[in-house]
Design a binder for this molecule. Sequence first.
Ligand code: 13P
Length: 251
Amino acid sequence: MGCRVKKKLIAGNWKMNGSLAANDALVKALVAGMAASTCHVALCVPSVYLAQCQALMAGTAIDLGAQDLSQHEAGAFTGEISGAMLKEFGVRYCIVGHSERRQYHGETDALVAAKTQRALASGITPIVCVGETLAEREAGKTEEVVKRQLAAVIHANGHCISEIVVAYEPVWAIGTGKTATTEQAQQVHAVLRAQLKAATNQADRIHILYGGSMNAANAAQLLAQPDIDGGLVGGASLKAPDFLSIIASAP
Ligand code: 13P
């Protein structure tokens, strides 16, 4: 048994929510409530609020995250935001390949792999999302889908793969109130861990987060699974008491 003790990572994904006033209240409530916490905490905020959140989180235990970045370094890409720009605002993590971007913005496995490369080249830890739809699960294709999604990222990133965070987010569990059972989640996490182990001898260091209707009531059980190293939390990260209780349940 090697030393598998690593701190959990609880990351909030605000998605397209927030306002200057709401962000101020939320971050201040989190900072006030999590003094004794021992896990890593990050908030992935809409890019327009990075400057505000950087200031609010300065000197606190919360790390700043973004929700997407361009695969390009710079140039004529109207509306896009580069890794270097995110880095200037103190961004430590960036979600890449969230299912909402795969679904609504046509992001392919190849694009997600390129964005992962760009994040790493910018000194930002990508939180690479994988997950199957309900139809794929019902067709018995869960493993095939998540392995294909992760394989693209592994192949494009070589030995840097140990620097990424992976988030398993079953699409059918996102925002639906339907959480994967602890067994379903652990089973997929174990598959992803084995795939990472085949690519790097550092796979035990890699955080594999679960996302999809994680809340104050189910977090402790999910986070107790051997291959669940944290959570990527949507809706419940917008309410300070709920997010604090998820943080508190991270062993
Ligand atoms: P919910 O927690 O709202 O289901 O969202 C999960 C998610 O997509 C986090 O990235």
